[in-house]
Design a protein around this ligand. Structure first.
Ligand code: HEM
Length: 424
């Protein structure tokens, strides 16, 4: 067989069946530095190792415009989204997201809104026999992000359901996928109308809010976004923020099985809370891999990659690579205490430079939200009834099967643990 050709057999079914383990399994059996596969009949290669991150996020190697399949655009990202742009068009659009989302101060307003929505919700949980953390967190995050973004909400429960559905259904062919498509159509129509109203002066947009920024943004061609694309990009702020509920329910899972982490998180130590946020994102499965197309005939560590080949970067595999991480299958926030992760080592939200590449602009927001909600969860008192706490890796996106059910939730009269300062 010609070594730069993919095998004859198609891997699409294996990808569906194995989920997060598909690429790591193939990589562990591969003789060379890359794996050649056929996906939906087309030649694809999967790269591994941290150097692959730099190779993949170099625009001279990989472009996105033609790489994302329709079913992913029609559910997760939206047609015309920043994810699908390259070169100057991408940089100009990306700057809009970065200006809203980069740095502590920029995300402080978002965190404040989400934290206060959480504090309000917790009071209501204590009056209920049980709550599902995944669902509750999705509503709290939806309420918080919409308040921060300047988007008026009629029904937080319905909106949260739609935002979660768009994420939940992108990688499946069944009813979840069709639910995701319907949720996207509904949400785009709602937000496109809102953007039109804002532009016509019929609805307010607080100055500097994401709604205001998106409505007024001008692309590289100097034009404002058409209402549909503006809605797509507003959703690219609101939807992934709601999706932080995946990590919040993973936090419930982690604290249940590792009470010593819960104890430590309940103490007043912001550095530990951030380390916990990093470790949650490293350890638990969410984005499996990212993909792009080779812009030219390329060579990677002596292997040829013909122009047009689909190139996959295995994010989940990198976050569990034993060459990169000590005891990668152990959840241990201390690995990040005093040791912030290297740019291309921890890649749950993509790698490379976020201004010039496609790395997630919401990473600071995700970390700050988890660092705010993790300790709040750790300080709550609740029972964990018998339930299905498995997280099957064959399902993309994975999630705690039960959603993490909590019973008899209440805010303790005094903190679970004395603060470190007091203890010290
Ligand atoms: C739940 C936590 C999150 C995860 C797991 C996540 C994951 C990702 C991943 C894997 C990418 C693609 C990187 C690539 O293509 O190379 C991405 C891109 C993106 N994310 Fe996130 N993200 C999260 C939260 C957020 C938040 C909170 C926001 C905004 C408030 C956000 C906005 C975006 C946008 C706009 C892009 C496209 C960037 C581009 O193409 O240049 N994400 N995210």
């Amino acid at each position: 067989m010609n070594p730069s050709r993919p095998p004859l057999g198609d891997s699409s079914l294996a990808a569906l069946v194995k989920g997060y383990n598909w690429l790591p399994d193939l990589s562990s059996r591969a003789a060379g530095p890359l794996v050649r596969v056929r996906v939906a009949g087309r030649h694809a290669v999967a790269l591994r190792g941290p150097e692959a991150v730099r190779f993949f996020y170099d625009e001279r190697h990989v472009e996105r415009a033609t790489a994302l399949p329709g079913p992913v655009l029609n559910t997760l990202f939206g047609c015309g989204a920043v994810h699908t742009l390259d070169g100057t068009a991408h940089r100009v659009r990306k700057e809009m997201f970065l200006s809203l989302l980069t740095g502590r101060e920029a995300v402080a307003g978002l965190v404040e809104q989400v934290a206060s929505a959480w504090d309000e919700a917790v009071d209501a949980w204590s009056g209920q026999p049980s709550v599902v953390l995944f669902d509750e967190a999705s509503r709290v995050l939806t309420q918080g992000v919409c308040r921060w973004a300047g988007i008026p909400l009629d029904d937080a429960v319905e909106t949260a359901r739609d935002l979660v559905a768009m994420v939940d259904g992108f990688a499946t062919a069944g009813p979840r996928h069709w639910r995701a498509r319907r949720a996207r159509s509904r949400s785009e129509a709602w937000l496109a109308r809102l953007v039109e109203d804002v532009r016509e002066g019929a609805a307010p947009a607080p100055a500097g809010s994401p709604l205001d920024a998106v409505a007024r943004h001008r692309d590289a061609d100097g034009r404002t976004l058409d209402p549909h694309t503006a809605a797509v990009e507003l959703l690219n702020i609101v939807r992934p923020t709601a999706a932080v509920c995946w990590f919040v329910s993973y936090a419930g899972h982690a604290l249940h099985f590792r009470p010593e982490i819960r104890q430590r998180l309940a103490e007043d130590d912001p550095a530990y809370a951030v380390a916990f946020a990093h470790e949650l994102r490293r350890f638990y499965p969410f984005a499996p891999f990212v993909g792009g197309r080779a812009v030219a005939d390329l060579e990677w560590q002596g292997e040829r990659i013909p122009a047009g080949t689909l190139i996959l970067l295995d994010l989940y595999g990198l976050n569990h690579d034993p060459d990169l991480w000590d005891r990668p299958l152990v959840l241990d926030p201390r690995r990040f205490l005093g040791k912030p992760p290297g740019r291309d080592a921890l890649v749950p939200q993509g790698g490379g430079d976020r201004a010039t590449g496609h790395r997630c602009p919401g990473e600071d927001a995700t970390i700050s939200l988890l660092a705010a909600l993790g300790p709040r969860l750790a300080r709550l008192e609740y029972d964990v009834p018998a339930q299905d706490l498995r997280i099957p890796l064959s399902r993309i996106p994975a999630r705690v099967r039960s959603g993490f059910v909590m019973e008899r939730v209440h805010v303790p009269m005094r903190p679970l643990a004395t603060s470190r300062a007091a203890a010290g």
